[in-house]
Design a protein. Structure first.
Length: 318
């Protein structure tokens, strides 16, 4: 059994595999680490390119596994498949187009072991396509409940690559609670599901990961399928925590769900009204939405089909 399993989901990543592999295999944690690559039905020869690059690193041959999925099911599905194969004491994800710091795994693992933590996390650096860099906090919470509230409020990113979890929590919790067909924002839901089982968490006060902003990613383009996934995820989040946290912490996921619902076909009866009544309280104070978008919410409360028509005509973006 390994100490750390790194799960790497990829889809049509042929152009960035060289950079991704070099960053992963530059980890200073040499022994006790395994790399599980899950190809999510790529059509650009990503697996062939990956195998070609692996020939450059014969020293890690026994620590690498490649899983090929027959069709594209989304990053969440690929990660779930990878989690099922993990053997490490702790598990963490990496996006193939990002650049983890060489000390990423070793530092997080040592912190987790020294404090017997169920989850340990770090800060990160956001890198724009033009090379600009911005330091970003991964959060301030020192309890699982505190981290859940930070995620629900939208104050911190819900990505998996900054958080290392004990393997038992990853495998037991996610199999029971992940909805089918989600292709966007699944990492936020995965984190929330796993944090409910964490007893202790800890933080490394250092930016250990370079997150490369990709303007072509699913979360940036927000096509119809992505919006529907956002609705499903945020609805699950609201249902999951409606009786566990104060109401104000649910306003952010409610508003994200409602905005996604304006542009896709989702239930518009009691379910819509219930979510709307809760979300509208903090609507005007939310800087994530413009005046026109806020007006769409109010119009949707009166006439959802008309709000969708206005949305399609104006093509506003979240």
């Amino acid at each position: 059994m390994f100490d750390v399993s790194v799960c790497v989901a990829m889809f049509n990543a042929g152009k960035v595999i060289v950079r991704g592999v070099e960053a992963l295999f530059a980890q200073t944690m040499r022994d006790g680490i395994e790399f599980i690559f899950v190809d999510d039905g790529s059509t650009d020869g990503s697996v062939d390119e990956l195998r070609k690059q692996l020939e450059r690193f014969p020293e890690v041959a026994g620590q690498v596994r490649i899983i090929e999925l027959a069709s594209n099911g989304g990053a969440g599905n690929a990660r779930m498949r990878g989690f099922a194969e993990c053997t490490g004491r702790y598990v963490i994800c990496c996006d193939i187009d990002d650049r983890p710091d060489p000390e990423w795994c070793r530092t997080l693992y040592r912190k987790a072991v020294s404090e017997n933590a169920d989850m340990v996390y770090c800060d990160f650096t956001e890198v724009e396509v033009d090379g600009r860099r911005r330091a970003v906090s991964g959060g301030r919470a020192n309890t699982a409940e505190g981290m859940i509230r930070e995620l629900l409020s939208g104050k911190v990113m819900g990505s998996l690559w900054m958080r290392m979890y004990r393997r038992e929590i990853v495998r037991l919790e996610l199999r029971k609670a992940m909805p089918d067909g989600v292709r966007c924002c699944e990492d936020l839901l995965m984190n929330l599901i796993m944090l409910r089982r964490c007893r202790t968490i800890s933080k490394v006060e250092a930016p250990l990961y370079d997150y490369i902003r990709n303007p072509a990613s699913v979360t940036k383009t927000l096509n119809r399928e992505a919006r529907k996934s956002i609705y499903v995820v945020m609805r699950c989040v609201v249902e999951m925590f409606s009786k566990e946290v104060p109401f104000e912490y649910l306003q952010y996921p409610m508003r994200r769900a409602l905005y996604a619902a304006i542009s896709v076909d989702v239930p518009s009866g009691g379910e819509w009204r219930k979510m709307w009544c809760g979300a509208k309280r903090g609507m005007w104070r939310d800087s994530n939405f413009g005046i026109f978008q806020k007006a769409l919410f109010y119009l949707a409360c009166i006439n959802l089909p008309l709000a969708r028509f206005v949305y399609c005509c104006c093509r506003c973006s979240p």
